[in-house]
Design a protein around this ligand. Structure first.
Ligand SMILES: *Cc1c(COP(=O)(O)O)cnc(C)c1O
Length: 430
């Protein structure tokens, strides 16, 4: 077998095969965008239906809920869900310790305190047992994140929420199309937030977000909140009366039309991704010392991000620390042409905004409580996952990535065949 590329050997992934794009922009997408420009309907607060209404009704139907509200991005969809549920100062919201920063920032914008619970070491989603330990008399909601495309354990979480009278807001930004026990994510909580940011599984040409809910009153509130607290009704001209606190958080019709065009190809892309990713993971599973992402029985995975955990002992490089092994694997695999990356360098509670409690002025909203909650303790599973894992992002979303993923598998097999060299590199790094 060839020498490792990091030592001057030939890379397992040929250079001319590496550039795989996401999102894919077709002639249909271009036509959809131009049609909006030509229509003159360039904002969504219109008294006639726009491309935003069209996307909303198609997405609601897909998810299997009555209502969908288009907003400016996924973070805002989370904020508006919390606002529409009347979550505010003094409230606590439980969020997983491993997620994108937006999951933790959203409660802050409502002057609520995010409380971080640990995750499951295999699915990387909220651990219901740790959630239960974090519930206090001030807890009002849970934000389960379907991280990397894997649905959170919604059954046990819903049961906990019902027992304690809590709202459930799904963060589905990474999981369009994933199922939990036969139901689509986005239909499993009181409300859900999706992102249409360009890197997500359903992309728009920039930024966008969708809030889904089965609750018509909640959806009406969300519509008011995205539009300065006003009520915009079809067939009636705008009266500029504001009934509650709102933002200007609308989605742009150009972006809605682009996303609708992408949505029409979503199922075909999703089928290709399932086949490509499954075949890739099948080849990695027999390698010792690598934990390959898997579906939980009863759930389907949207494979937004592929996260691999590594175990030095099982890999046959004992005595190498998780971070040294991770660093060596990152360099060695990248040299072979596999763009391994770290997704999240620290847990959410380790981010400065939460460590230093810099919100609204010094200490707020934490200081608003009569007895401010003590800083979060450690989240050992989330911390271990960050220390011993690497991810693949974005390229595998392209439906034509099957061949590339097979070359990635060649690279993993090659590196695993050179484990003695890997160990030397990892020990030199340590
Ligand atoms: C991307 C993302 C968001 C935020 O979406 P934006 O559209 O980028 O604001 C929220 N949560 C998670 C888990 C995400 O991955």
């Amino acid at each position: 077998m060839d020498k490792l590329a990091i030592l001057g050997g030939r890379a397992a992934v040929p250079r001319d095969r590496r550039a795989v794009t996401w999102p894919i922009v077709t002639e249909e997408d271009r036509k959809a965008v131009l049609a909006v420009l030509d229509s003159g309907e360039l904002v969504s607060n219109s008294d006639t239906p726009t491309a935003v209404d069209d996307l909303e009704s198609r997405f609601a139907e897909r998810v299997g809920v009555d209502r969908c509200v288009g907003v400016s991005n996924g973070t805002v969809a989370l904020q508006i869900a919390l606002a529409a549920l009347e979550i505010g100062p003094g409230d606590e919201v439980i969020v997983p310790a491993l997620s994108f920063i937006a999951s933790g920032l959203a409660p802050l914008h409502q002057m609520a305190v995010p409380v971080f619970a640990d995750i499951d070491p295999v699915t990387f989603t909220l651990d219901p047992a740790d959630v239960e330990r974090k519930i206090t008399s001030r807890t009002v909601a849970l934000i389960p994140v379907h991280l990397h495309g894997m649905p959170a354990e919604m059954g046990p979480l819903r049961e906990l929420a019902d027992r304690h009278g809590l709202a459930v807001i799904e963060d589905a930004a990474q999981a369009h199309g994933a199922h939990y026990e036969g139901r689509q994510v986005g239909s499993l909580g009181d409300a859900a937030a999706f992102s249409l940011q360009v890197t997500k599984n359903l992309p728009t040409c920039g930024e966008g977000g969708l809030l889904t809910t089965a609750d018509a009153r909640l959806a009406d509130k969300a519509r008011m909140i995205r539009q300065f607290g006003e009520v915009i009704e079809a067939g009636k001209s705008r009266d500029y009366l504001s009934y509650r606190l709102g933002w200007n958080a609308k989605m742009n019709p150009v972006q809605a039309a682009f996303a609708t065009s992408q949505l029409s190809r979503f199922d075909a892309y999703e089928r290709a991704r399932q086949a490509n990713v499954t075949a890739f993971l099948e080849r990695l599973r027999p390698l010792p010392g690598i934990q390959v992402p898997a579906e939980r029985p009863g759930s389907t995975h949207a494979w937004h991000i592929l996260r691999f955990r590594f175990d030095a002992e099982a890999l046959g490089v004992p005595g190498v620390s998780p971070t040294a092994l991770r660093g060596a694997l990152r360099r060695v695999l990248r040299a072979e042409g596999v763009p391994m990356s770290q997704y999240q360098l620290r847990t959410l509670p380790q981010q400065k905004v939460f460590v230093e409690r810099t919100g609204f002025g010094a200490g707020y909203p934490w200081a608003a409580a009569a007895t401010p909650r003590a800083p979060d303790g450690s989240h050992p599973v989330s911390e271990a996952v960050i220390a011993d894992s690497l991810t693949l992002q974005r390229r595998h979303l392209n439906p034509g990535s099957g061949e590339l993923l097979q070359r990635y598998a060649d690279a993993f097999e090659k590196v695993w065949a050179h484990r003695d060299t890997l160990a030397t590199i990892a020990r030199a790094d340590a």
